[in-house]
Ligand binder design. Structure first.
Ligand SMILES: [Zn+2]
Ligand SMILES: [Zn+2]
Length: 349
């Protein structure tokens, strides 16, 4: 089968590999029908993920059909359509039992697929701890509708959940890339008084304006003043920082009102300053970290009920054979791209 592979820093290539087989009784083999490219794939490509193993198949956002399961897999069966979770987690350790699956202490736990073990930009993938890592897609939900459930949408859902948003709040979301827009969709479910999205790209502001006209839009340069003018208590009640650029962390806490919650979803390339003397008396609560992708079933139910729709984010589609071109477009943010779907030729078996 063809697998998009991390060869070396700066170099991914489509290479022929054997179809994976079950190793543990908790494994499942999934035939990938659709996968997507995430900015974390680009971080691997650029050599900024030290844990990433050369030679592995990349890709950690995908959906497919269960082909084969190990003897201890009870959650799914062959033939089931499933979403695959970006995180591998045991479901039994202290962190898993408390919903902090990102911190699972299992040796295989955390972001393994497409980083430390073979991922999903290919035809078949072995999913470890499949009882936790796979969720059945409801019959009325298409692959395209479910594609982002296991990673960027899980992230938006989690970020929204930990931000404790109420209907009185003015919520500021910094960044309208794929994760920012997924976060926006989940924040909208909380019906806050106002949502302000801050985004530097004109293309992406247009995308938000076109699809979510009720959202207020601003730019990083005007953000502070705009938020002050469009909030009730001298700043945003909740700030969700999804951009991760050099000055957006500072922007996030500066735009927050006293006693606000600032949720940092972004992954920064560099350390950020926490200038406590300047913040003194502002009494902020910061929440940080990587997604706990343990609400995928609930997210799938919301999609089934028509409450979340991420299909407008899939702006481009390519067959697996043209994945180089898909990466080129995604990496250069050309042609108004938000998300790319890679469709696997399922007839070739
Ligand atoms: Zn990702
Ligand atoms: Zn665990």
């Amino acid at each position: 089968m063809l697998a998009y592979t991390y060869i070396d820093k700066g170099h991914f290539a489509l290479v022929e590999k054997p179809k994976p087989t079950l190793i543990e009784p908790t494994d499942a083999i999934v035939r990938v029908t659709m996968s997507s490219i995430c900015s974390s794939d680009l971080h691997i490509k650029h050599g900024s993920v030290p844990r990433a193993v050369r030679g592995i198949t990349v890709g950690h956002e995908m959906v497919g059909v269960v082909e084969e399961v190990g003897s201890e897999v009870t959650n799914v069966k062959p033939g089931d359509r499933v979403t695959i979770n970006v995180e591998t987690f045991c479901g039994e350790c202290f962190f898993c039992r408390n919903g902090y699956v990102n911190n699972c202490t299992d040796p295989n736990g955390g972001w393994a697929l497409g980083c430390r073990i073979d991922g999903g930009q290919t035809e078949y993938v072995r999913v470890p701890l499949a009882n936790q890592g796979l969720n059945r897609i409801p019959d009325s939900v298409t692959d395209s509708q479910a594609l982002l459930v296991g990673d960027v949408l899980a992230t938006g859902f989690w970020a929204t959940r930990i931000s404790e948003i109420t209907e009185e709040d003015t919520v500021l979301i910094i960044g309208a890339g794929p994760t920012g827009i997924c976060t926006l969709l989940c924040v909208m479910l909380k019906r806050p008084k106002r949502i302000i999205v801050c985004e530097k790209s004109e293309d992406r502001r247009c995308f938000v304006r076109e699809h979510y006209p009720e959202v207020l839009l601003t730019t990083p340069e005007e953000c502070k003043e705009f938020v002050l003018k469009n909030s009730d208590h001298g700043g945003a009640d909740r700030v969700l920082e999804v951009a991760g650029s050099d000055d957006t962390f500072r922007l996030a806490w500066e735009c927050a009102r006293p006693n606000a919650i600032v949720t940092v979803v972004a992954l920064y390339d560099r350390p950020q300053m926490l200038p406590l003397p300047e913040m003194y008396g502002k009494n902020l609560t910061f929440k940080t970290g990587g997604v706990d992708g343990c609400d995928c079933e609930e997210v799938l139910r919301l999609i089934e009920a028509g409450k979340i729709d991420t299909t407008p984010l899939i702006t481009h589609r390519f067959p697996l054979s043209e994945i180089d071109e898909a990466y080129r477009i995604f990496e250069n943010k050309s042609d108004g791209v938000i998300k790319v779907a890679i469709e696997t030729n399922i007839d070739k078996q």
